[in-house]
Design a protein around this ligand. Structure first.
Ligand code: HEM
Length: 279
């Protein structure tokens, strides 16, 4: 079943009858398959509730304003070379020491984390990540989960927002490396990010399985975010909309617990790239 309407998507995501598709539970310790069997994202019921409690406790120790400012400073320090900045800033805030190496292993492990596609490289990265986190304790796994969940979604959000920010430019800059010359006010960056989230969600679909029938359900977050019953002129990219009730961070039983943190990291990088913070 495919869900495309906003109201139906919200109702389904709030219904405990629908759970994430099961993942392998027989992976060797230290492998990607093992990690996926240990995390909140792919569990449900009491196990999910306990793992999610650890995640939110860990996130509560992080200051979103400090993440934003650190992401801006590091982006400027690197002359606009912003890839890995969100992961390194988040890693430092989570207490990791060698954030340069951390970013390399997070990038490798993240490739298969959501898809479940195994590789020897991803397994080796998970083993190293577990060592860097201090072992396979539930607290360490929570910190690893935060890094892996954050990585691709935050970078995708920044890259897409940059594409929109430069789309009127006759010679758009390379969104990977360039400090853009066009200045935008802080409010404009917020508006740009809010509308990018609605119009181009980094996570396009999320899947559930009906516990009673075993049927798979795909929730199309792009379509739900453009539901004409909820958003006027939904196909138009309009940075003046401000915050909207988009479903980009999920909803219901297991929404993203770090939407504020993700926004802070993305806005910090974008403010630096778009020239709205002082060097
Ligand atoms: C900025 C862009 C981000 C987007 C668009 C995003 C989106 C999402 C979505 C849609 C889900 C729910 C998936 C589902 O319902 O199946 C989710 C879950 C999650 N996100 Fe995010 N996320 C972002 C950033 C982050 C960051 C920065 C972190 C960590 C600091 C994070 C940590 C998590 C975790 C741990 C979960 C799993 C929650 C659970 O198992 O209950 N996310 N995210």
């Amino acid at each position: 079943m495919l869900i495309t309407r906003h109201a139906e998507a919200r109702a389904l995501l709030a219904d405990p009858r629908y759970v994430p598709p099961p993942v392998r539970q027989d992976g060797e310790p230290g492998t990607l398959a093992w990690l996926r069997s240990q995390v909140s994202r792919f569990s449900h019921g009491e196990v999910h509730a306990e793992r999610r409690r650890l995640l939110t406790a860990c996130l509560a120790t992080l200051d979103a304003d400090a993440l934003r400012s650190a992401a801006g400073s590091l982006t400027l320090e690197r002359a606009g070379d912003w890839r890995d900045v969100p992961t390194e800033v988040l890693g430092a805030a989570l207490g990791f020491a060698d954030t340069d190496r951390l970013a390399q292993v997070v990038r490798t492990a993240a490739t298969g984390y959501l898809s479940g596609v195994d590789s020897a490289e991803a397994d080796a990265a998970v083993t190293e990540l577990t060592r860097l986190a201090g072992g396979a304790t539930p607290e360490s796994i929570a910190r690893i989960t935060l890094l892996l969940q954050a990585h691709a979604a935050t970078e995708d959000l920044i890259a897409t927002a940059l594409t929109h920010a430069t789309s009127d430019d006759p010679a758009p800059a390379d969104p990977d490396t360039t400090v853009l010359s066009a200045a935008a006010s802080g409010g404009e960056v917020d508006g740009l990010v809010y509308e990018t989230l609605r119009h181009d969600p980094p996570v396009k679909v999320t899947r559930r399985v009906d516990r009673q029938t075993g049927a798979e359900v795909v929730v199309d977050l792009v379509a739900a975010n453009r539901d004409p019953d909820v958003f006027g002129d939904p196909g138009r990219f309009d940075t003046s909309r401000g915050e909207t009730p988009h479903l980009t961070f999920g909803a219901g039983v297991r929404p993203c617990p770090a939407s504020r943190h993700g926004l802070a990291l993305a806005v910090g990088v974008l403010e630096a790239l778009l020239g709205t913070v002082d060097e």
